[in-house]
Write a protein that binds this ligand. Structure first.
Ligand SMILES: [Zn+2]
Length: 279
């Protein structure tokens, strides 16, 4: 018998199981995992991919720690599960080695959801990891299961943004995973979930990259006769005020003396105007 003190919380994204049924399935998969895979059981070919995606989302949440990722056919899609050490064990019984934080996922679901639906996985992993991030397994007064699920949906949107998904993908994901009306199953209704997940997406979207400022360099020659100037773009008379020329033409600028030589009335100088944001 499992001696884990299970914190009964319904954290499955979508399933018809009761909290205790879900927790029992989770515990079974965790126990099997630690007892070792049966010798003739096939390896899950998607395991590395699934683990990679989950770790990617966890890293994007700055979720550090040792989350154990386990394929589990008993869960619906994916679930977060936290097992705390057993503190009421009978003598000789101890399941402390199972204590920890887990993400369980259904390998069949993982394999089937591919292509453009791939963001659904990030959304679900984001939702489940948010339960760990937000320490939702701790019983808190004044906080309902619905509040926790709403917050997790917000973070699910954040995960899609951090994984560079399109905001438009959220409509399809939420449509599939949330019901039109809140059926008192602890999850927000579709419209509420969509609003939350969109605001999570927006709050986690990187700032649009600012375009590199445009810089143009002009060569300015100052002297008595333009035909005595070396190669130049702009001509000014003797002792021309290069800064005064650049100021109305550039958002900001720098003047560098390139050359000067004698001749005629005032000699000649060649300046480079490095003009940022030409007007
Ligand atoms: Zn949840």
């Amino acid at each position: 018998m499992c001696r884990l003190r299970v914190i009964a919380m319904l954290v499955a994204v979508c399933c018809g199981l009761s909290a205790s049924q879900a927790a029992a399935s989770d515990a079974t998969c965790v126990t099997d995992f630690f007892n070792g895979r049966p010798k003739d059981a096939p390896l899950d070919p998607t395991a590395a991919d699934a683990e990679g995606m989950i770790r990617q989302v966890a890293a994007s949440f700055n979720l550090v720690g040792s989350i154990v990722i386990i394929p589990c056919k008993l869960v619906s899609k994916a679930e977060a599960y936290v097992a705390v050490p057993c503190n009421v064990c009978a003598p000789g019984e101890n399941d402390d080695k199972l204590a920890g934080e887990y993400i369980l996922y259904d390998p069949d679901w993982f394999r089937e959801v591919a292509g453009r639906e791939r963001m659904q996985k990030y959304w679900i992993f984001g939702h489940e990891l948010a339960h760990i991030l937000n320490r939702d397994f701790i019983q808190r007064q004044n906080e309902s299961q619905l509040d926790k699920e709403k917050r997790a949906d917000f973070w699910a949107g954040c995960a899609v943004a951090r994984m560079k998904g399109d905001i438009k993908s959220l409509d399809e994901i939420v449509y599939k995973l949330r019901r039109e009306k809140d059926d008192s199953d602890g999850y927000p209704d579709r419209e509420t979930s969509l609003q939350l997940t969109r605001s999570g997406y927006q709050s986690c979207s990187p700032e649009p990259a600012k375009p590199e400022p445009v810089t143009v360099t002009y060569k300015v020659c100052s002297g008595e006769y333009e035909n005595r100037c070396q190669t130049h773009d702009v001509y000014l008379y003797c002792h021309g005020d290069v800064g005064a020329w650049a100021k109305p033409r550039c958002t900001s600028y720098k003047v560098q003396r390139l050359n000067s030589y004698g001749g005629n009335k005032c000699g000649y100088s060649i300046d480079a105007v490095i003009c940022t944001g030409p007007k």
